[in-house]
Design a protein around this ligand. Structure first.
Ligand code: PEP
Ligand code: MN
Length: 408
């Protein structure tokens, strides 16, 4: 329906609705009403920009707007005392405005060169929404073709916790050989019992940095508080925020100020909206490299540790541009269910998998029953490659890599 580089579909062209026809289709009642000149209405662009307290506005730039024009609009927004979030897309750039504490009254943005229209974002989540950015977010890393988001699946594998150098390297060697581009392992473990193994701390991070140097895999590890986040940010390539911290708002804000991408896991009783709002915290602080991860929710079912909610994947993808992983390990808690649900996750359209693998699961200090033996992970990868091909995805290798140096 869409014409080249233009959001206006044929039906709207025929009806003379040339002012952002996507709004008409999102709000079918407007299809009946047709264009209106009412100021501030969610209809055609009005010359007065108004928003209720806290309501985000969105500036849609013209397809051929220059970088200079985008910069000028951002400066204007800052001058008005708000925060601009420029999100370049394949067709055009959109600029989210947040931070408006009261009524915003300014028509000048719409008159600026390069601006197509200014609209209100009605959903509670704004920056994570496809309203702001239509194209999928793709997180890229130096020295590898592996991405999070995009056509290639991101495969994250490794033990629940880094227990020793020997254990971590034994697992890393095998998951690397099987094709994982990302290595996981907890150095800081959020445990139900204070008497359980809490992780090796910075020593665990050092071991993972050595693994990156040796194998080129990128490192994903969890930060459980602001203090560990400082260290994780220095050592890791991706900062994981775990299920138990999904609504730790000060930690989310800190992650939003980090310079590294963030993998945010779904809280064990979080709704889709709560999950997206948690991600919104991170983006609102300026970190747009965020990936989500479904890891199962608590239900009455007792044949698994959690109930893996695969229906969340298409639901997230419809509403948000952020990539979404599936963690079938915590999602089931049972080794024999990890491979079947990995196949299902890829089939349903997940952008990546996070899988726990241990060289000696029976001796694991945490999550042994859900950790795959390395041979089982080989088999999982073989099966996932087949399903990936069916749904038009690939599993890219980690590519050529330069040693990046051990440590920070
Ligand atoms: C983990 O991935 O190590 C973890 C603790 O998972 P979750 O936060 O999903 O329980
Ligand atoms: Mn675990």
């Amino acid at each position: 329906m869409r014409q080249n580089g233009c959001r206006v579909c044929d039906a709207c062209v025929a009806k003379g609705r040339l002012d952002g026809c996507w709004r008409y289709h999102r709000q079918p009642e407007l299809l009946e009403q047709g264009p209106t000149e009412e100021p501030g209405a969610v209809g055609p662009a009005s010359s007065v920009l108004s928003a209720k307290k806290g309501e985000a506005m969105l500036v849609v730039m013209k397809a051929h707007a220059t970088e200079e024009q985008v910069r000028e609009v951002c400066q204007k927004i800052e001058k008005l005392g708000y925060r601009p979030h420029a999100m370049p897309g394949a067709q055009r750039t959109a600029i989210g405005i947040t931070g408006n504490k009261g009524e915003v009254e300014q028509g000048t943005i719409e008159e600026m060169p390069g601006v197509q229209e200014v609209i209100k974002v009605s959903k509670p989540y704004k920056l994570v929404s496809r309203d702001l950015k239509e194209d999928n977010t793709v997180i890229r890393f130096q020295n590898t073709e592996a991405t999070i988001g995009g056509r290639g699946l991101a495969i994250v594998a490794g033990p629940c916790a880094i227990e020793s150098r020997e254990q971590a390297f034994a697992v890393a060697e095998r998951v690397h050989r099987a094709g994982a581009q990302f290595f996981r392992g907890g150095a800081y473990k959020p445990r139900t019992s204070p008497y359980s193994f809490q992780g090796l701390g910075e020593e665990g991070l050092r071991i993972m940095a050595e693994i990156r140097q040796q194998y080129g895999m990128k490192i994903i590890t969890e930060a459980i508080d602001n203090e560990s986040l400082d260290l994780v940010e220095e050592y890791a390539d991706v900062i994981q925020i775990g299920a138990r911290n999904m609504q730790n708002f000060s930690l989310l804000k800190r992650a939003g100020r980090a310079k590294k991408p963030v993998l945010l896991k779904r809280g064990m009783s979080a709704t889709l909206e709560e999950f997206l709002m948690a991600a919104e915290y991170i983006l609102s602080e300026g970190n747009y490299n965020v990936a989500l991860c479904e890891r199962g929710v608590r239900t009455f079912a007792d044949h698994t540790r959690n109930t893996l909610d695969l229906s969340l994947i298409p639901a997230v993808q419809r509403l948000s541009h952020l990539p979404i992983f599936v963690d079938p390990s915590h999602g089931t808690g049972k080794r024999n269910k990890v491979t079947p649900l990995s196949r299902a996750a890829v089939a349903v359209g997940a952008d990546g998998l996070m899988v726990e693998v241990h060289n000696k699961p029976d001796e694991a200090m945490s999550d042994g029953p859900q950790s795959l033996f390395p041979d089982q992970f080989d088999e999982l990868m073989a099966q996932v490659r087949q399903i990936a091909a069916v749904v038009g995805r690939t599993v890219p290798g980690i590519g050529v890599h330069e040693p990046v140096g051990v440590g920070k």
